[in-house]
Design a binder for this molecule. Sequence first.
Ligand SMILES: NC(=O)c1ccc[n+]([C@@H]2O[C@H](COP(=O)([O-])OP(=O)(O)OC[C@H]3O[C@@H](n4cnc5c(N)ncnc54)[C@H](OP(=O)(O)O)[C@@H]3O)[C@@H](O)[C@H]2O)c1
Length: 199
Amino acid sequence: MSIGIIGAGNIGLAVAKTLSRAGIAASIANSRGPESLQESVGGLSPTIKAATREEVASADIVVIAVNWSKLPAAVADLPAWGGRIVIDANNPIEAPLFKPVDLHGRISSQVVADLVSGARLVKAFNHLRADVLASDPRADGGRRVLFYSGDDSVAKAEVGALIDRLGFAGIDLGPLAVGAKLTQFPGGPLPNQNLVRIG
Ligand SMILES: NC(=O)c1ccc[n+]([C@@H]2O[C@H](COP(=O)([O-])OP(=O)(O)OC[C@H]3O[C@@H](n4cnc5c(N)ncnc54)[C@H](OP(=O)(O)O)[C@@H]3O)[C@@H](O)[C@H]2O)c1
């Protein structure tokens, strides 16, 4: 099961760090090409490789962690998704103004799902600050909780298994219409809830 990450900023690198810690292979891309990522990736395990956006997007599981306004460009002109899994780690708000995006009543994951039509989308890795997500998931005598949600139960189970392998305690929040709404920032009640499952 290959893993790619589009976006190598706070969240993309936090995901790469958790994969690196678990010794899981992944490729990661930004908008400027693999050479620009040598320093960031150099501090991680050799299982994490900088690659082009196209290479990263060919993985079995593709995490997308890009500024909201840049999402359309980040997924433009890629080969068909063909049922592969996309993990939507994005929130509809952007630095430096942090003005919520008008989604016209939709949840942000539905907007992202439309951009990656043909993929099986799972919402995950979006409810914690990047520095918390990047830190050791084994904390306070338990495992840090990560929420995930999606409409395809097989895709969701695969992401749940990955979350477990990374050392987190995954909690399935159900379909996107329920779970993604709970974790979406701004609006949902779960963003920044840094919870630990004991036992
Ligand atoms: N920061 C947090 O604590 C946090 C927490 C939860 C969720 N989120 C969400 O996660 C997403 C990413 O946030 P972030 O803080 O990681 O942002 P960030 O630090 O600004 O990083 C954004 C990344 O996206 C890349 N990118 C932009 N356009 C691209 C394109 N066309 N092709 C490929 N890569 C492209 C950028 O590459 P270049 O540098 O080359 O332009 C950069 O690596 C956002 O949707 C945000 O709402 C953030």
